[in-house]
Design a protein around this ligand. Sequence first.
Ligand code: PMP
Length: 429
Amino acid sequence: MAAISGSRKMQALDALESNVRTYSRSFPAMFSRARGSIMLTEDGRNVVDFLSGAGTLNYGHNNHRLKAAIADYLASDAVVHGLDMATPAKLKFMETFNSIILAKRNLEYRFQFTGPTGANAIEAAIKLARKVTGRQNIISFTNGYHGMSLGAMAASGNRFYRTASGVGLSGTTFMPYDGYLGPDVDTADFLQKVLMDESSGIDCPAAILVETVQGEGGINVASKEWLQSIQAKAKCADALFIVDDVQMGCGRTGEFFSFEFADLSPDIVVLSKSLSGYGLPLSMLLIKEEFDAWQPGEHTGTFRGNNLALVSATAAIDLYWRDETFSQEVRRTGEAMRGRLEAIAAKRGNSFAVRGRGMAVGFDCQMPEIAAATARNAFEKGLIVERCGPVDQVVKFLPALTIDCETLNQGLEIFEQALDQALKQTRSS
Ligand code: PMP
Protein backbone atom coordinates (compact mmCIF):
# COMPACT_ATOMS: atom_id res chain seq x y z
CA MET A 1 0.00 0.00 0.00
CA ALA A 2 1.31 3.40 -0.91
CA ALA A 3 2.35 5.59 2.02
CA ILE A 4 -0.26 8.15 2.95
CA SER A 5 1.04 11.59 2.13
CA GLY A 6 1.83 14.10 4.89
CA SER A 7 -1.25 16.18 4.18
CA ARG A 8 -3.55 13.12 3.98
CA LYS A 9 -2.26 12.09 7.39
CA MET A 10 -2.82 15.60 8.73
CA GLN A 11 -6.41 15.45 7.49
CA ALA A 12 -6.86 12.06 9.18
CA LEU A 13 -5.45 13.46 12.41
CA ASP A 14 -7.65 16.54 12.23
CA ALA A 15 -10.72 14.35 11.78
CA LEU A 16 -9.84 12.25 14.82
CA GLU A 17 -8.50 14.76 17.30
CA SER A 18 -10.55 17.20 19.31
CA ASN A 19 -11.01 20.74 18.13
CA VAL A 20 -8.98 21.81 21.17
CA ARG A 21 -5.66 20.92 19.49
CA THR A 22 -3.38 23.90 18.91
CA TYR A 23 0.24 23.22 17.98
CA SER A 24 -0.70 20.88 15.14
CA ARG A 25 -2.54 23.85 13.66
CA SER A 26 0.31 26.33 14.14
CA PHE A 27 2.86 23.88 12.76
CA PRO A 28 0.94 21.74 10.28
CA ALA A 29 3.27 18.84 9.56
CA MET A 30 3.81 15.26 10.70
CA PHE A 31 6.88 15.31 12.90
CA SER A 32 8.51 11.94 12.88
CA ARG A 33 11.92 12.36 14.45
CA ALA A 34 13.89 14.94 16.37
CA ARG A 35 17.43 15.41 17.58
CA GLY A 36 18.92 18.38 19.40
CA SER A 37 17.33 21.50 17.93
CA ILE A 38 16.11 19.95 14.69
CA MET A 39 12.77 18.29 14.06
CA LEU A 40 12.27 16.15 10.98
CA THR A 41 8.93 15.99 9.19
CA GLU A 42 7.65 12.90 7.42
CA ASP A 43 7.94 14.63 4.08
CA GLY A 44 11.63 15.14 4.65
CA ARG A 45 11.90 18.73 5.91
CA ASN A 46 14.38 19.72 8.60
CA VAL A 47 12.87 22.31 10.91
CA VAL A 48 14.79 24.34 13.49
CA ASP A 49 12.97 24.25 16.84
CA PHE A 50 12.88 27.48 18.85
CA LEU A 51 9.88 26.33 20.87
CA SER A 52 11.49 23.38 22.65
CA GLY A 53 8.25 21.87 23.89
CA ALA A 54 7.30 25.24 25.43
CA GLY A 55 10.45 25.17 27.53
CA THR A 56 10.46 21.43 28.23
CA LEU A 57 13.45 20.50 26.09
CA ASN A 58 16.18 22.73 27.52
CA TYR A 59 18.74 20.04 26.70
CA GLY A 60 17.34 19.43 23.20
CA HIS A 61 15.33 16.61 21.67
CA ASN A 62 16.50 13.07 22.38
CA ASN A 63 19.68 14.23 24.06
CA HIS A 64 21.74 11.09 23.54
CA ARG A 65 23.64 11.45 26.80
CA LEU A 66 20.40 11.47 28.77
CA LYS A 67 18.90 8.78 26.56
CA ALA A 68 21.67 6.41 27.59
CA ALA A 69 20.67 6.71 31.26
CA ILE A 70 17.02 6.01 30.40
CA ALA A 71 17.90 3.05 28.16
CA ASP A 72 20.12 1.50 30.85
CA TYR A 73 17.39 1.92 33.45
CA LEU A 74 14.77 0.30 31.21
CA ALA A 75 17.12 -2.54 30.31
CA SER A 76 17.64 -3.35 34.00
CA ASP A 77 13.92 -3.91 34.73
CA ALA A 78 14.10 -1.39 37.54
CA VAL A 79 10.80 0.06 38.79
CA VAL A 80 9.33 2.57 36.33
CA HIS A 81 6.01 3.27 37.98
CA GLY A 82 5.77 2.91 41.72
CA LEU A 83 3.30 5.62 42.80
CA ASP A 84 5.36 7.41 45.45
CA MET A 85 7.00 4.29 46.83
CA ALA A 86 10.64 4.47 47.83
CA THR A 87 13.02 3.59 44.98
CA PRO A 88 16.77 3.97 44.52
CA ALA A 89 16.05 6.21 41.51
CA LYS A 90 14.08 8.65 43.65
CA LEU A 91 16.65 8.70 46.41
CA LYS A 92 19.47 9.25 43.92
CA PHE A 93 17.61 12.12 42.30
CA MET A 94 17.04 13.89 45.62
CA GLU A 95 20.61 13.34 46.77
CA THR A 96 22.02 14.55 43.45
CA PHE A 97 19.72 17.60 43.35
CA ASN A 98 20.59 18.36 46.95
CA SER A 99 24.32 18.27 46.52
CA ILE A 100 24.70 19.75 43.01
CA ILE A 101 21.88 22.31 42.97
CA LEU A 102 20.73 23.17 46.49
CA ALA A 103 23.79 22.89 48.72
CA LYS A 104 25.94 24.95 46.34
CA ARG A 105 23.39 27.73 46.52
CA ASN A 106 22.94 27.50 50.28
CA LEU A 107 19.35 26.43 49.82
CA GLU A 108 17.56 23.85 51.93
CA TYR A 109 14.28 22.38 50.82
CA ARG A 110 12.11 19.29 51.12
CA PHE A 111 10.98 17.66 47.91
CA GLN A 112 7.35 17.09 47.05
CA PHE A 113 6.65 15.17 43.85
CA THR A 114 3.24 16.18 42.53
CA GLY A 115 1.19 15.03 39.59
CA PRO A 116 3.18 15.37 36.38
CA THR A 117 1.92 18.73 35.09
CA GLY A 118 3.08 22.18 36.05
CA ALA A 119 -0.55 22.99 36.85
CA ASN A 120 -0.77 20.20 39.42
CA ALA A 121 2.38 21.40 41.14
CA ILE A 122 0.92 24.91 41.27
CA GLU A 123 -2.29 23.51 42.78
CA ALA A 124 -0.21 21.80 45.45
CA ALA A 125 1.71 24.99 46.22
CA ILE A 126 -1.45 27.04 46.53
CA LYS A 127 -3.15 24.42 48.72
CA LEU A 128 -0.14 24.20 50.99
CA ALA A 129 0.08 27.98 51.41
CA ARG A 130 -3.61 28.07 52.33
CA LYS A 131 -3.17 25.25 54.80
CA VAL A 132 -0.11 26.81 56.43
CA THR A 133 -1.61 30.28 56.81
CA GLY A 134 -5.30 29.48 57.25
CA ARG A 135 -5.97 32.20 54.66
CA GLN A 136 -7.46 31.87 51.21
CA ASN A 137 -6.30 34.77 49.08
CA ILE A 138 -3.44 34.19 46.65
CA ILE A 139 -1.86 37.29 45.18
CA SER A 140 -0.80 36.78 41.60
CA PHE A 141 0.09 39.19 38.83
CA THR A 142 -1.30 40.65 35.64
CA ASN A 143 -0.23 38.58 32.62
CA GLY A 144 0.76 35.69 34.88
CA TYR A 145 0.20 32.12 33.69
CA HIS A 146 0.19 29.13 36.01
CA GLY A 147 -1.78 26.38 34.30
CA MET A 148 -5.19 25.14 33.23
CA SER A 149 -6.65 23.52 36.36
CA LEU A 150 -9.10 25.68 38.25
CA GLY A 151 -6.85 26.79 41.10
CA ALA A 152 -3.93 27.56 38.80
CA MET A 153 -6.24 29.25 36.31
CA ALA A 154 -7.71 31.43 39.06
CA ALA A 155 -4.17 32.81 39.44
CA SER A 156 -3.69 33.31 35.67
CA GLY A 157 -4.59 36.49 33.85
CA ASN A 158 -5.56 35.47 30.32
CA ARG A 159 -9.27 36.15 29.75
CA PHE A 160 -9.65 33.61 26.93
CA TYR A 161 -8.43 30.79 29.15
CA ARG A 162 -10.30 32.02 32.19
CA THR A 163 -13.58 32.11 30.28
CA ALA A 164 -13.02 28.54 29.08
CA SER A 165 -13.00 27.40 32.73
CA GLY A 166 -16.78 27.67 32.73
CA VAL A 167 -17.04 28.49 36.44
CA GLY A 168 -16.27 31.49 38.58
CA LEU A 169 -12.59 31.53 39.51
CA SER A 170 -11.98 32.72 43.02
CA GLY A 171 -9.49 32.94 45.83
CA THR A 172 -7.01 35.19 44.05
CA THR A 173 -6.26 38.88 43.71
CA PHE A 174 -4.28 40.33 40.81
CA MET A 175 -1.66 42.98 41.31
CA PRO A 176 0.24 44.83 38.55
CA TYR A 177 3.45 43.05 37.54
CA ASP A 178 6.73 44.93 37.28
CA GLY A 179 6.40 47.49 34.46
CA TYR A 180 2.67 46.96 33.98
CA LEU A 181 1.93 50.63 34.60
CA GLY A 182 4.94 51.91 32.68
CA PRO A 183 8.57 52.35 33.60
CA ASP A 184 7.95 55.19 36.06
CA VAL A 185 5.59 53.34 38.41
CA ASP A 186 6.93 50.95 41.01
CA THR A 187 4.04 48.51 41.24
CA ALA A 188 5.53 47.01 44.41
CA ASP A 189 4.53 50.26 46.15
CA PHE A 190 0.93 49.65 45.17
CA LEU A 191 1.10 46.13 46.56
CA GLN A 192 2.56 47.51 49.78
CA LYS A 193 -0.22 50.04 50.04
CA VAL A 194 -3.06 47.53 49.62
CA LEU A 195 -1.47 45.07 52.03
CA MET A 196 -1.04 47.70 54.73
CA ASP A 197 -4.39 49.38 54.25
CA GLU A 198 -7.06 47.79 56.45
CA SER A 199 -9.67 49.09 54.04
CA SER A 200 -8.12 48.20 50.68
CA GLY A 201 -10.60 45.41 50.06
CA ILE A 202 -7.78 42.93 49.56
CA ASP A 203 -7.84 40.01 51.98
CA CYS A 204 -4.64 39.07 53.79
CA PRO A 205 -2.82 36.74 51.45
CA ALA A 206 -1.84 33.11 51.98
CA ALA A 207 0.84 33.56 49.35
CA ILE A 208 2.32 35.77 46.70
CA LEU A 209 2.82 33.73 43.53
CA VAL A 210 5.17 35.11 40.90
CA GLU A 211 7.14 34.28 37.74
CA THR A 212 10.45 36.11 37.56
CA VAL A 213 10.03 36.29 33.79
CA GLN A 214 6.49 35.85 32.52
CA GLY A 215 6.71 33.27 29.75
CA GLU A 216 3.18 32.99 28.37
CA GLY A 217 2.45 36.58 29.41
CA GLY A 218 4.87 38.05 26.86
CA ILE A 219 8.43 37.55 28.18
CA ASN A 220 7.97 40.30 30.75
CA VAL A 221 11.10 40.54 32.85
CA ALA A 222 10.89 41.57 36.49
CA SER A 223 13.84 43.48 37.91
CA LYS A 224 15.95 42.28 40.77
CA GLU A 225 14.82 45.16 42.97
CA TRP A 226 11.14 44.54 42.27
CA LEU A 227 11.42 40.83 43.02
CA GLN A 228 13.28 41.52 46.25
CA SER A 229 10.65 44.01 47.19
CA ILE A 230 7.81 41.54 46.48
CA GLN A 231 9.55 38.89 48.56
CA ALA A 232 9.92 41.34 51.44
CA LYS A 233 6.23 42.30 51.21
CA ALA A 234 5.25 38.61 51.41
CA LYS A 235 7.36 38.19 54.53
CA CYS A 236 5.94 41.32 56.08
CA ALA A 237 2.40 40.09 55.41
CA ASP A 238 3.15 36.60 56.85
CA ALA A 239 2.37 35.16 53.44
CA LEU A 240 4.39 32.49 51.66
CA PHE A 241 6.52 33.61 48.75
CA ILE A 242 6.13 31.18 45.84
CA VAL A 243 8.20 31.32 42.65
CA ASP A 244 6.68 29.56 39.66
CA ASP A 245 9.83 28.36 37.90
CA VAL A 246 7.95 25.93 35.67
CA GLN A 247 9.06 27.60 32.43
CA MET A 248 11.98 29.80 33.48
CA GLY A 249 13.70 27.30 35.78
CA CYS A 250 16.21 24.56 34.91
CA GLY A 251 18.66 26.97 33.31
CA ARG A 252 16.42 28.91 30.93
CA THR A 253 17.47 32.31 32.25
CA GLY A 254 21.15 31.38 32.60
CA GLU A 255 21.21 30.01 36.13
CA PHE A 256 19.49 26.86 37.35
CA PHE A 257 16.79 28.82 39.19
CA SER A 258 15.49 31.98 37.57
CA PHE A 259 15.55 33.80 40.94
CA GLU A 260 19.24 33.31 41.72
CA PHE A 261 20.24 36.61 40.12
CA ALA A 262 18.04 38.42 42.63
CA ASP A 263 19.27 36.45 45.60
CA LEU A 264 15.78 35.35 46.56
CA SER A 265 14.88 32.64 48.99
CA PRO A 266 11.35 31.51 48.06
CA ASP A 267 9.33 29.54 50.58
CA ILE A 268 8.14 27.27 47.77
CA VAL A 269 9.67 26.78 44.32
CA VAL A 270 7.63 25.11 41.59
CA LEU A 271 9.54 23.15 38.94
CA SER A 272 8.33 21.12 35.98
CA LYS A 273 8.85 21.22 32.17
CA SER A 274 12.63 20.76 31.73
CA LEU A 275 13.15 19.12 35.11
CA SER A 276 13.26 15.60 33.66
CA GLY A 277 15.65 16.87 30.99
CA TYR A 278 14.15 14.66 28.33
CA GLY A 279 10.57 15.80 27.92
CA LEU A 280 9.27 13.16 30.32
CA PRO A 281 6.57 14.46 32.65
CA LEU A 282 7.92 15.37 36.08
CA SER A 283 6.91 18.14 38.46
CA MET A 284 7.85 18.97 42.00
CA LEU A 285 7.76 21.51 44.76
CA LEU A 286 10.71 22.55 46.82
CA ILE A 287 9.34 23.45 50.24
CA LYS A 288 11.09 25.10 53.16
CA GLU A 289 10.97 22.57 55.96
CA GLU A 290 8.95 24.78 58.33
CA PHE A 291 6.15 24.95 55.76
CA ASP A 292 5.94 21.22 55.06
CA ALA A 293 2.64 21.02 56.89
CA TRP A 294 1.02 18.29 54.82
CA GLN A 295 -0.70 15.31 56.40
CA PRO A 296 0.36 12.12 54.59
CA GLY A 297 -1.66 11.78 51.39
CA GLU A 298 -3.25 15.24 51.45
CA HIS A 299 -2.02 15.92 47.94
CA THR A 300 -1.81 12.61 46.19
CA GLY A 301 -1.85 11.41 42.57
CA THR A 302 -1.04 8.34 40.47
CA PHE A 303 1.84 9.77 38.49
CA ARG A 304 4.06 11.39 41.09
CA GLY A 305 7.79 11.17 40.68
CA ASN A 306 7.85 8.79 37.73
CA ASN A 307 11.09 6.86 38.08
CA LEU A 308 12.09 7.05 34.43
CA ALA A 309 11.74 10.82 34.55
CA LEU A 310 13.73 10.92 37.79
CA VAL A 311 16.53 8.94 36.13
CA SER A 312 16.84 11.38 33.22
CA ALA A 313 16.50 14.32 35.63
CA THR A 314 19.41 12.99 37.69
CA ALA A 315 21.50 12.48 34.57
CA ALA A 316 20.76 16.03 33.36
CA ILE A 317 21.80 17.59 36.66
CA ASP A 318 24.89 15.48 36.81
CA LEU A 319 25.89 16.31 33.24
CA TYR A 320 25.16 20.02 33.02
CA TRP A 321 25.19 21.53 36.49
CA ARG A 322 28.27 20.21 38.29
CA ASP A 323 30.15 23.41 37.53
CA GLU A 324 29.57 26.85 36.04
CA THR A 325 30.50 26.01 32.44
CA PHE A 326 27.02 25.30 31.14
CA SER A 327 25.51 28.27 32.91
CA GLN A 328 28.14 30.61 31.46
CA GLU A 329 27.54 29.20 27.99
CA VAL A 330 23.77 29.75 28.31
CA ARG A 331 24.33 33.36 29.31
CA ARG A 332 26.76 33.92 26.44
CA THR A 333 24.43 32.37 23.88
CA GLY A 334 21.51 34.33 25.33
CA GLU A 335 23.39 37.60 24.94
CA ALA A 336 24.34 36.78 21.36
CA MET A 337 20.75 35.88 20.52
CA ARG A 338 19.40 38.98 22.14
CA GLY A 339 22.01 41.18 20.44
CA ARG A 340 21.05 39.79 17.05
CA LEU A 341 17.33 40.30 17.71
CA GLU A 342 17.94 43.84 18.93
CA ALA A 343 19.83 44.59 15.72
CA ILE A 344 16.94 43.14 13.69
CA ALA A 345 14.51 45.35 15.63
CA ALA A 346 16.67 48.49 15.34
CA LYS A 347 17.02 48.11 11.56
CA ARG A 348 13.26 48.29 11.22
CA GLY A 349 12.50 51.48 13.16
CA ASN A 350 11.08 51.66 16.62
CA SER A 351 7.98 49.57 16.25
CA PHE A 352 9.61 46.52 17.85
CA ALA A 353 10.94 45.78 21.32
CA VAL A 354 13.21 42.97 22.47
CA ARG A 355 13.16 41.69 26.06
CA GLY A 356 14.36 38.70 27.94
CA ARG A 357 16.86 37.12 30.26
CA GLY A 358 19.26 34.32 29.42
CA MET A 359 17.84 32.24 26.61
CA ALA A 360 14.24 33.34 27.04
CA VAL A 361 13.80 36.22 24.63
CA GLY A 362 10.69 37.93 23.28
CA PHE A 363 10.43 40.01 20.11
CA ASP A 364 7.44 42.26 20.63
CA CYS A 365 5.86 43.11 17.28
CA GLN A 366 3.23 45.30 19.04
CA MET A 367 0.74 44.14 16.39
CA PRO A 368 -0.57 40.57 16.69
CA GLU A 369 -1.07 40.23 12.93
CA ILE A 370 2.65 40.86 12.32
CA ALA A 371 3.65 38.31 14.95
CA ALA A 372 1.17 35.78 13.52
CA ALA A 373 2.35 36.25 9.94
CA THR A 374 5.99 36.09 11.05
CA ALA A 375 5.49 32.79 12.87
CA ARG A 376 3.54 31.37 9.92
CA ASN A 377 6.17 32.44 7.39
CA ALA A 378 8.94 31.16 9.66
CA PHE A 379 7.41 27.71 9.75
CA GLU A 380 7.12 27.63 5.96
CA LYS A 381 10.82 28.49 5.79
CA GLY A 382 11.83 25.88 8.36
CA LEU A 383 11.60 27.41 11.85
CA ILE A 384 9.26 26.73 14.75
CA VAL A 385 8.60 29.82 16.86
CA GLU A 386 5.67 30.39 19.17
CA ARG A 387 3.84 33.55 20.12
CA CYS A 388 2.91 34.84 23.55
CA GLY A 389 1.64 37.96 25.31
CA PRO A 390 -1.89 39.24 26.00
CA VAL A 391 -2.85 39.31 22.30
CA ASP A 392 -0.10 36.99 21.02
CA GLN A 393 1.86 39.94 19.75
CA VAL A 394 5.25 38.70 20.94
CA VAL A 395 7.37 36.13 19.08
CA LYS A 396 8.96 33.94 21.73
CA PHE A 397 12.43 32.45 21.44
CA LEU A 398 13.10 29.42 23.63
CA PRO A 399 15.78 27.45 21.77
CA ALA A 400 17.38 24.47 23.47
CA LEU A 401 20.10 25.68 25.84
CA THR A 402 22.41 23.22 24.10
CA ILE A 403 21.86 24.65 20.61
CA ASP A 404 25.00 25.12 18.49
CA CYS A 405 25.91 28.49 16.98
CA GLU A 406 25.24 27.46 13.42
CA THR A 407 21.69 26.22 14.08
CA LEU A 408 20.95 29.28 16.23
CA ASN A 409 22.09 31.60 13.45
CA GLN A 410 20.18 29.61 10.87
CA GLY A 411 17.00 30.03 12.93
CA LEU A 412 17.57 33.75 13.49
CA GLU A 413 18.22 34.21 9.76
CA ILE A 414 14.90 32.54 8.95
CA PHE A 415 13.16 34.68 11.55
CA GLU A 416 14.49 37.88 9.96
CA GLN A 417 13.33 36.85 6.50
CA ALA A 418 9.95 35.78 7.89
CA LEU A 419 9.53 39.13 9.62
CA ASP A 420 10.31 41.09 6.44
CA GLN A 421 7.86 38.99 4.51
CA ALA A 422 5.23 39.60 7.21
CA LEU A 423 5.81 43.35 7.04
CA LYS A 424 5.29 43.29 3.26
CA GLN A 425 2.18 41.12 3.61
CA THR A 426 0.58 43.36 6.23
CA ARG A 427 1.43 46.52 4.25
CA SER A 428 -0.18 45.17 1.09
CA SER A 429 -3.31 43.82 2.82
N1 PMP B 1 3.47 27.81 35.11
C1 PMP B 1 4.12 28.36 34.07
C2 PMP B 1 5.00 29.54 34.32
C3 PMP B 1 4.00 27.83 32.79
O1 PMP B 1 4.65 28.40 31.78
C4 PMP B 1 3.16 26.71 32.60
C5 PMP B 1 2.99 26.09 31.22
N2 PMP B 1 3.17 26.89 30.14
C6 PMP B 1 2.51 26.17 33.70
C7 PMP B 1 2.69 26.74 34.95
C8 PMP B 1 1.59 24.98 33.57
O2 PMP B 1 2.29 23.84 33.23
P1 PMP B 1 1.52 22.61 32.54
O3 PMP B 1 1.15 23.05 31.16
O4 PMP B 1 2.52 21.50 32.54
O5 PMP B 1 0.35 22.31 33.39
